[in-house]
Design a binder for this molecule. Structure first.
Ligand SMILES: Nc1ncnc2c1ncn2[C@@H]1O[C@H](COP(=O)(O)OP(=O)(O)O)[C@@H](O)[C@H]1O
Ligand SMILES: [Mg+2]
Length: 368
């Protein structure tokens, strides 16, 4: 029998919050539902695993997540109420609004792939939520369906909230000189299946890396599959760098009626080179909005009636992961994926990257 989680049933912060149950878990810690009786509300509390509080790097990362999230005000980003360190045992915590619903991975796993009419109105607000973060110099770096939550809010269902800025990084130009952030040598952070090619190669990331990851999410939500055929996380990493994505309409034989315009938008967002993609989250949102959620463009029988001027390129152009939700670790999941951060895979990633870089160099050489 597994030992009972010591936080469940516990009152923390002078009895302000009573932890009721665990709602998510990852490599860094767990997320709990808790009652805040003074406010007559439920909250979600993310607590860094007590065993990790002596890991300076992880503590710094957790604090960074809390700080980054508490600066964001977009309604489609989960709201942070407070964060700090429990006086009781020094555990780090983040108190957030409690969301009722399911994350996008759970939603697709249970309900199957979504139509563009449902998926796009979920992803477009996420683009705007990220746009706010990007404008503040914050790159999420771990976008995946588990980190997008669909909640019921004010009578609306499918109200998307971007979660988990656990790998968020302030872009270099925004960094104060001397602040060494996050990436340890040889470590690649992120989730292999959703990693941009530049993330896979351990390069400097900017907002356009998040857009690539969002495009992979949309692709998976629409088809139930990822844009590459791969068996292992390492293989995904490699394919993100060197292999063109499988066009949307070829991915699932019985779901091949996606609007060609939408296929082109996704192809552009999945370009290997950041400069060939949409240049910011707003531009991506505007391009997507034409294909779902009551837009100006009508799509009859899946055939476009108007499509933006996007040239899908047969992008030939290669990427590792960390915590995972308890619920998404079942083998039948749409994405029975491994952990999402580089914590576990740093060394392997470094070796693989060396191989990938070599492969890219050879390919470039042969292409000349
Ligand atoms: N504010 C919240 N309200 C309800 N559920 C949440 C909330 N935050 C996280 N969760 C659930 O817990 C899971 C893990 O949370 P996340 O912040 O992604 O942590 P981790 O770093 O462990 O991945 C999410 O996928 C979601 O299902
Ligand atoms: Mg997460």
């Amino acid at each position: 029998m597994r030992p009972k989680d010591p936080f469940i049933g516990r009152e923390i912060l002078d009895g302000q919050y009573k932890i009721v149950q665990k709602i998510g878990t990852g490599g860094m810690g767990s997320v709990y539902k808790a009652e805040q009786s003074a406010m007559n509300r439920m909250v979600a509390i993310k607590i860094l695993h007590p065993k990790l509080t002596n890991r300076k790097d992880l503590v710094a990362r957790f604090r960074r997540e809390a700080r980054a999230m508490s600066q964001l005000t977009h309604p489609n980003t989960v709201k942070v109420f407070m964060y700090g360190e429990l006086p009781e045992d020094g555990s780090l915590y983040i108190v957030m609004e409690f969301l009722e619903g399911k994350n996008l991975n759970q939603t697709v796993r249970r309900g199957g792939p979504m139509d563009a009419e449902r998926a796009i109105p979920v992803l477009v607000p996420c683009c705007y939520a990220l746009h706010e973060a990007h404008e503040m110099g914050i790159v999420h770096r771990d976008l995946k369906p588990e980190n997008i939550f669909l909640c019921n809010q004010g009578g609306m269902s499918d109200f998307a909230k971007v979660l988990d800025f656990g790998l968020a990084k302030v872009t270099e130009q925004q960094m104060r000189p001397g602040s060494i952030i996050l990436t340890q040598e040889g470590m690649v952070f992120g989730t292999p299946e959703f990693m941009s090619p530049e993330q896979a190669q351990g390069k400097t990331l900017d907002a356009r890396s998040d857009l690539y990851s969002l495009a992979v999410i949309l692709y998976e939500v629409l088809t139930g599959k990822l844009p590459f055929e791969a068996k292992t996380p390492m293989e995904y990493i490699q394919k993100h760098v060197v292999e063109p994505p499988i066009p949307l309409n070829q991915r699932v034989p019985d779901r091949n009626n996606f609007d060609p315009g939408l296929e082109a938008v996704l192809a552009k967002a999945l370009e290997k080179k950041p400069e060939d993609r949409f240049q910011d989250a707003k531009a991506f949102a505007e391009a997507l909005a034409l294909y779902g959620g009551g837009s100006a463009v009508t799509s009859v029988g899946g055939v476009v009636s108007s499509s933006p001027s996007i040239t899908p390129s047969p992008a030939p152009s290669v990427p590792v992961s960390g915590p995972q939700d308890a619920a998404s670790s079942r083998p039948d999941s749409v994405a029975a994926r491994g952990p999402s951060t580089g914590l576990l895979v740093g060394v392997a990633a470094a070796c693989l990257l060396a191989g990938v870089v070599l492969a890219v160099l050879v390919m470039n050489f042969l292409a000349k």
